[in-house]
Design a protein around this ligand. Sequence first.
Ligand code: SF4
Length: 247
Amino acid sequence: MSLPRRWQRHLFFGFTKTLSLSKNKYLLTKKEKFAALIAHFEEHMPVAETELHFGSPYELLVAVILSAQCTDKRVNQITPQFFKHFPDPETLSVASHDAVYEQVKSCSYPNNKARNLIGMAQTLLNEFNGIVPDSVEALQKMPGVGRKTANVIASVVYNKPAMAVDTHVFRVSERIGLTTNAKNPLDSEKQLVKYLPEAIIPKAHHWLILHGRYVCKARKPDCENCGITPLCNYFRKQYKTKATTKS
Ligand code: SF4
């Protein structure tokens, strides 16, 4: 895989021009890198939202629990029927494991998910009066809700500055160099929120997920069609461009 050197230079200088950076300025600080990334996505992906279908906080909670180790496409195939059977936490909380399993069996880990969904509905009713809480800590009290799921709910439903780090966000952030040697999703989250303005965090989560899902794919990143090559550490290493980044 190689790109003509002239194209590499064109991409880099074209991009730096749009960022009002000097032609000779090859070194981007982390702060500049984040600013450039935000500018790029604000222009090219002004609307970035979850691809999960939902009509209420309860429905999003169910969908996000189902989406662990499963594609959003599959979850969106499951949830319409699921919500016909269990339209609210009340119906789900008294459902049998078999009845819930039947609805989620085409998803990964259906046994665990069925158990967690019933437990989530029971906790939601017993501890939160049936209202999905807005704090990441409270959300994590429910079965099947880890930090990533809690951050998604807090961010999507309540527009809170909670950065959910899933496999796409983790991978893309490391490749670009937004994070450096992040040890785990929590470490990645901490590094990302250090540089992202709070108001941008809910949208940045979707930018990175969608970029990872459709462009910077796990097995084969589509660098030829990526608009942020000049910012990307992975790209620079692959194509041996002159640009370097201060971390
Ligand atoms: S240049 Fe390649 S590796 Fe870097 S973000 Fe784009 S697709 Fe991913």
